[in-house]
Design a protein around this ligand. Sequence first.
Ligand SMILES: [Zn+2]
Ligand SMILES: [Zn+2]
Ligand SMILES: [Zn+2]
Length: 381
Amino acid sequence: MKTKSSAPGPGKVPPPITLSYTRPHAGCRRAILNSTKCGYLRGTMPEIRKDYATDTWVLFSAARSRRPGAFRNAKSSTPKEECPFCVGHESMTPPEVLAYREGGSRDGPGWRIRCVPNLFPAIASTGEVHHHAEGLFVRVDGVGAHEIIVETPEHDARLASLAETQIAEVLRSYRDRYRALAADPRIKYVLVFKNHGERAGASLSHPHSQLIATPIVPLRILDELEGVRTHRATAAASCLYCDVVASERKAGQRLVAENERFIALAPYAARFPFETWILPKDHAGAFDSIRDSDRGLLAQLLKDILGRLDRILDDPSFNYYIHTAPSDNNQAPFHWHLEITPHLTETAGFERGSGFYINPVVPEDAAAILRGEVRWSDRAH
Ligand SMILES: [Zn+2]
Ligand SMILES: [Zn+2]
Ligand SMILES: [Zn+2]
């Protein structure tokens, strides 16, 4: 049978689509248009819709579908020439909202850390937040912020390989942007997070973190807040996470490392293999209350843990994110912490259907391996 000349023949692999950050490839846009057939949200305000029954919210954003890598696997590393986060390419991003500089001028070289709005934001930065409820259809305008924090000018670095002083500066930028956004009365929560590696959702390899500020508090934070409140109502009448720190230190087998101010542990019900949390040992509700003198100690422990994951698991893809008190109520009983979740397994039907997780590595083993007491291959199967 004759095939159209435009169709790839046997053994003829079509060239991969390459996209520039600023101008998505026309083919990609076409593919998305063909696949969705409908431009309901195109060019309009993103919206956040609530599940019929639960407090699960879904952010619908047409802008996200235009970013490089949307709906396809990202390349393992971005070429320097095309990298919008590299020194000299500042014009490829929106104007900076924060930069720590050795010299140079705004939106030019000379920075050590640079924060910019995401060119393909999941959420709009202007507009008012209205709640809409039409019968069962509950939604909120998708107003907030979506920002990128470029952690270093070094394209090929990894966060774990940066100097502790530079990681402490990254943490300072998290705090500074957190404070600036949390002051906006439309914002209810600011999630600081990092995607490292393709499996974790990073579409550009230059080391960067992100934050998304939302006009509603995410379900996972609500669930944790509820757990803290319930625990305070018990006879213990104490902070749940302060008790977690004390109980896990006493038990010992899930501890990974600690210093004077912070502790790293594999949580008792870890959802993912090698999931590791870092918590302040002394009670602290909100992340942005972190003292400058403690930032260095947090940087030290974060570098230590990311370095162990990198060495032992051969640079796994991972996410981390900071859970803190909601920004409109930082007096809410909470105890901030940072959760690191490597991507070593896939979630599938059972997880999607139940909200359960299946984890093939018990946290006691993961902690022993990360402490260096047991080799990954020696673990009893
Ligand atoms: Zn770069
Ligand atoms: Zn506490
Ligand atoms: Zn948490």
